[in-house]
Ligand binder design. Structure first.
Ligand code: PGA
Length: 252
């Protein structure tokens, strides 16, 4: 059975002190509940990953990176490799976030390379994708999403999808306060699962965890997570506030 995941993408927020504090608060709050099949992940900035991993040991909290370079090592000033992430105990990496695509020019072709490098190093990938507002207005959202999956992931074999979590994040809903309605999220998640079933098989499609991301808050999480094909959320803004993040985790 696929797992539920609530993952906090901290983006470029929280210095070392704030990272330690927030990890402590989240650890304390999730201790109080039975997580059952729900995984809780946070993604601090690169510089604070080692500290975050250390501090979440002996707890159910997992730590992910927000990005990664595709090369093994070398002259890539400012970049971080899969091996480096692994060496500090990180097991999961977010790839393809819309901010990486928009501000740092990441294409699906580049993301395919990053996904390959992550999987080759046995890192789990949370792969983000989703349409822009113009696509949605023109009714092209499914074609856009299908093309993103096709270019970045569909060179992989079915087995690889055991190490991939999909995060559908409509760009128009990220950080805008505007959420896809639970039905819009469900429709797209069902479409994604159908696309996976067509490309691979029903078991693969059924086994992949598909998260929704884009202005998930304590007041809408329950309804969104209640949809059959929504397996959790990738949370930006609300993951910086320990009470809000906990309320979202608790929505399961
Ligand atoms: P948001 O961000 O929750 O602040 O909309 C989601 C994301 O960027 O993953």
């Amino acid at each position: 059975m696929r797992k539920h995941i609530v993952a906090g993408n901290w983006k470029m927020n929280n210095d070392l002190k704030a990272t330690k504090k927030l990890i402590k608060q989240i650890k304390k709050s999730i201790k109080k509940i039975e997580l059952n099949t729900t995984r809780v992940i946070v993604a601090p900035t690169f510089v604070n990953l080692a500290s975050a991993v250390k501090r979440s040991k002996k707890s159910k909290l997992e730590v992910a990176a927000q990005n990664m370079h595709q090369a093994k090592h070398g002259a890539y000033t400012g970049e971080v490799s899969a091996e480096m992430l692994k060496s500090v105990g990180v097991k999961t990496v977010i790839l393809g976030h819309s901010e990486r695509r928009a501000y740092f020019g990441e294409t699906d072709e580049l993301l395919a390379e990053k996904v390959n490098a992550a999987l080759a190093n046995k890192l789990e990938v949370i792969f983000c994708f989703g349409e822009e507002l113009e696509d949605r207005k023109a009714g092209n959202q499914e074609a856009v999403v299908e093309s993103q999956l096709n270019k970045a992931l569909f060179h992989l074999d079915a087995e690889a999808f055991r190490h991939i979590v999909l995060a559908y994040e409509p760009v128009w809903a990220i950080g805008t306060g505007e959420t896809a309605t639970p039905d819009q999220a469900q429709d797209m998640h069902a479409f994604i699962r159908k696309t996976l079933a067509n490309k691979y098989d029903a078991d693969t499609a059924d086994g992949v965890t598909i998260l929704y991301g884009g202005s998930v808050k304590p007041n809408n999480a329950k309804e969104i997570f209640g949809k059959p094909d929504v397996d959790g959320g990738l949370i930006g803004g609300a993951s910086l506030n320990p009470e809000d993040f906990f309320a979202i985790v608790n929505a399961f």
